[in-house]
Design a protein around this ligand. Structure first.
Ligand code: SF4
Length: 367
């Protein structure tokens, strides 16, 4: 697209106004977000979101070669939205020993991974030393492995359990080798919805506070948003606005990741059943347009299905996520995608959309 004439290419009056703002680099409003999240005019929404995507990243689309490490599914919180967690003593509850973790990481390193993505349940017996030792052992296996680990919910829990500050918790983990934080646990900030889907999880304002601390320490993070459960469009607009505001203040979010909720084996009945293609497109395109200050937008093909994720590459997405060897969380909730995508599989989907695949890690260190 000729980037000098974006607003001229839009015929829908409301989207034209949004396109003018985008073109003039004026942040769009929450009312604009609400409109984008409800319009059926997805082709024009696509023009605007693809304009931003192209301006930021040209024809590149990033992907990673990584492994997922879910060290335990034992979790004190047992959120209604979660299909992954178990109580201690359940027959399928697990906690990996550090030796077992070492074995799995060595195997994945032999297959050529660049990165380990670590999240787990809130296990009451695990102390911060276990996590420091885990990270150090992983770094010993391959010193330049990039480690993305522990959501803001986990960081809050570790700090409380170990009676140390959030800052000290983050310092100890980054000293051990954590390179960035994933964005999980944000869910949806609206207390009304959060009390229903994850009543015992830290509130949205605490999640934002922990991210602020991480950013102030120079640690880059992702931000997520769980959609397609009980939320309304205004809750999504409000969530996006809170992320954008913190980003204005800290600049520490590198990537925004909308997460499609999968209801199987959870205690939540998604009110709309599965999302439609238009729902996914509206969420991603509106996120790209509203979050002008967050550089990357990631589509997790495992949540969305590879075909929808590929389509979203033209609706604002520049990060096609990663191979995710051995993903457990969304598959526990019924995702039908495979739990591993090979590098050729990801590259083919990107190239087939007319884009240039660029292998990278969560800090966009380009190889
Ligand atoms: S969503 Fe996270 S915090 Fe909640 S039960 Fe599952 S693992 Fe635990």
């Amino acid at each position: 697209m000729n980037i000098s004439n974006l607003p001229d290419t839009i015929t829908n009056k409301k989207l034209k106004k949004i396109a003018v703002k985008v073109f003039e680099e004026i942040p769009v409003s929450k009312a604009d977000a609400v409109y984008m999240l409800s319009t059926n005019d997805i082709l024009e929404l696509g023009k605007i979101s693809n304009f931003i995507r192209t301006k930021l990243h040209g024809h590149k689309a990033y992907y990673g070669v990584n492994m997922n490490l879910n060290f335990t599914n034992i979790c004190e919180l047992r959120c209604p939205l979660c299909a992954f967690s178990r109580d201690e003593g359940d027959k399928d509850a697990f906690l990996l020993s550090l030796d077992e973790i070492g074995k799995r990481v060595r195997k994945a390193v032999a297959s050529g991974i660049d990165e380990v993505h670590i999240v787990g349940g809130l296990h009451p017996e695990l102390k911060i030393d276990y996590f420091e030792e885990m990270i150090r052992r992983i770094k010993k296996i391959k010193s330049d492995l990039f480690i993305v680990a522990f959501t803001a919910v986990e960081i809050d829990y570790f700090a409380k359990k170990n009676k140390i500050t959030v800052k000290d918790t983050l310092k100890r983990l980054t000293d051990a080798g954590v390179g960035a934080m994933p964005g999980g646990g944000a869910e949806i900030f609206s207390p009304r919805i959060r009390n229903f889907i994850a009543p015992t999880k830290i509130p949205g304002r605490r999640w934002l506070q922990i991210m602020r601390t991480a950013h102030e320490m120079g640690l880059k993070t992702n931000a997520t948003m769980l959609y397609n459960h009980k939320e309304e469009i205004v809750d999504i607009a409000d969530h996006l606005a809170k992320i954008r505001k913190l980003q204005d203040e800290t600049g520490g979010f590198k990537t925004f990741v909308p997460l499609l909720f999968h209801a199987a084996n959870t205690r939540i009945k998604a009110k709309r059943g599965t999302s439609t293609g238009y729902d996914d497109i509206r969420i991603y395109a509106a996120s790209r347009i509203f979050l002008h200050n967050v550089p990357h937008l990631k589509a997790l093909w495992m949540y969305l299905g590879d075909k929808m994720a590929q389509v979203l590459l033209r609706f604002g997405v520049d990060d096609f996520a990663a191979t995710y060897y051995n993903e457990k969380v969304v598959h526990a909730a019924g995702a039908k995608t495979p739990d591993y995508g090979s590098e050729p599989f990801l590259k083919r989907l990107i190239e087939n959309a007319g884009l240039k695949p660029v292998r990278t890690t969560a800090n966009y260190w380009i190889q």
